[in-house]
Design a protein around this ligand. Structure first.
Ligand code: ZN
Length: 370
């Protein structure tokens, strides 16, 4: 730095002086450091050979320039200069800064390692969460409020609507509503939707939503058979099987989603809900619970059995309903046994003439769709 250049601002701590330091200006002149304390007229000239330079401060953002005080004194003069200002001095006398630069590089490396370690702690925590996500999801399901369950159900339904036409009127739609109404308990809110789809299927979504494919209704022989399927699906709703399954398949995302409070993305993850497989235990529980509901509604439980048997006998490759709700011989047998053990009160016919329903679904003009 030539004398003509603007002097560097610094803080000067004279040897043996107070601890506060004084504003000073620095310049470099031909191997000499010129120090001009602002509150004194005395200009100090220090040869480069007497200077010791160290990096200091948090993350070494400052430079300390020290030199011995008067002969015999144990104190040293000290200058503190911000790193942002030091460039001209460093350019003039690079050798002075070599040791400090090394210290600084080491410290910055330590700092970076520290940051990485700091970041690693929450990552390790998340990893541990991932490993225990299943039990966590189980517990979370119990804490999802009904309003949120409703939201997730609506999101699933939105995906179903986007995937193909829905039937919202006509004999099949009316029949579905009538069967659903017969099965619902007083005060229970259930929504039955009819999707125009060629696969024989039905599924339950969170929030009391049951979606039935038109092909299922068309392949059934009576309202009682459809009631059997609906009772089974309603049981999945009641037991929160779909919600549990969505939460599990969403994994860690459910936790993040829960934190953000926006459950809409879960609908996306649940888009493949029709293919969600419940455990064998869940299916058995839904059969038992569904059977109870049929008895309560005084609907002939043989309809449920008949439909499952028809499906199992006529479709060797297994329709969608069977692949997602495997109607194993064991399942049919235990259904039979349960019906035989407790036949319940005499059934009352649902009273829907099924031929017009089938005809409406199979007619060349097709059912009413929206
Ligand atoms: Zn099922």
């Amino acid at each position: 730095m030539s004398p003509g250049e603007a002097p560097l601002p610094a803080r000067f701590y004279p040897a043996g002086g107070d601890a506060h330091g004084h504003p000073a200006r620095l310049a470099w002149d031909d191997g000499m450091l010129l120090v001009q304390p602002e509150d004194s007229s005395g200009l100090l000239r220090v040869p480069a050979s007497q200077l010791r330079v160290e990096a200091r401060g948090f993350n070494h953002s400052q430079w300390a320039i020290a030199w011995a005080g008067d002969a015999g004194a144990t104190h040293t003069h000290l200058l503190l200069v911000d790193d942002a200002r030091i460039a001209p001095l460093r350019a003039a006398a690079p050798a002075l800064f070599a040791a400090g630069d090394t210290t600084r590089r080491h410290s910055q490396r330590r700092f970076r390692v520290g940051i990485v370690l700091l970041a690693a702690i929450p990552l390790a925590f998340l990893g541990a969460l991932l490993l225990s996500v299943e039990p966590l999801a189980e517990r979370l399901v119990d804490h999802i409020p009904p309003g949120v369950e409703q939201q997730i159900g609506e999101a699933v339904l939105a995906h179903t609507r986007a995937a193909g036409p829905m039937i919202t009127e006509g004999p099949a739609f009316d029949a579905l509503q009538a069967i659903g109404k017969r099965l619902a308990r007083p005060g229970e809110v259930l929504h039955f939707h009819l999707a125009a789809r060629p696969e024989i299927n039905a599924f339950a979504a969170p929030g009391g939503i049951v979606v039935v494919h038109s092909a299922l209704m068309a392949s059934a022989g009576s309202a009682e058979e459809v009631a059997g399927v609906l009772a089974h699906e309603i049981a999945h709703v009641e037991l929160r099987h779909s919600l549990r399954q969505i939460v599990k398949s969403a994994g860690l995302r459910i936790i993040l989603t829960g934190l953000s409070g926006d459950y809409a993305p879960l609908g996306g993850w649940a888009a493949q809900l029709g293919e969600l497989k419940f455990s064998r235990d869940a299916e058995r529980a839904a059969d038992a619970r569904g059977l109870e509901r049929l008895k309560e509604a005084r609907i002939d439980p043989m309809g449920m059995l008949r439909f499952f048997e028809t499906l199992a006998a006529n479709t060797p490759s297994g329709p969608a309903l069977l692949s997602t709700h495997p109607a194993t011989a064991e399942r049919i047998d235990s259904l039979k046994a349960a019906i035989a053990a407790a036949p319940g009160a005499p059934a009352q016919s649902i009273g829907i003439d099924w031929e017009p329903v089938k005809n409406a679904l199979n007619s060349p003009s097709g059912p009413q769709r929206k």
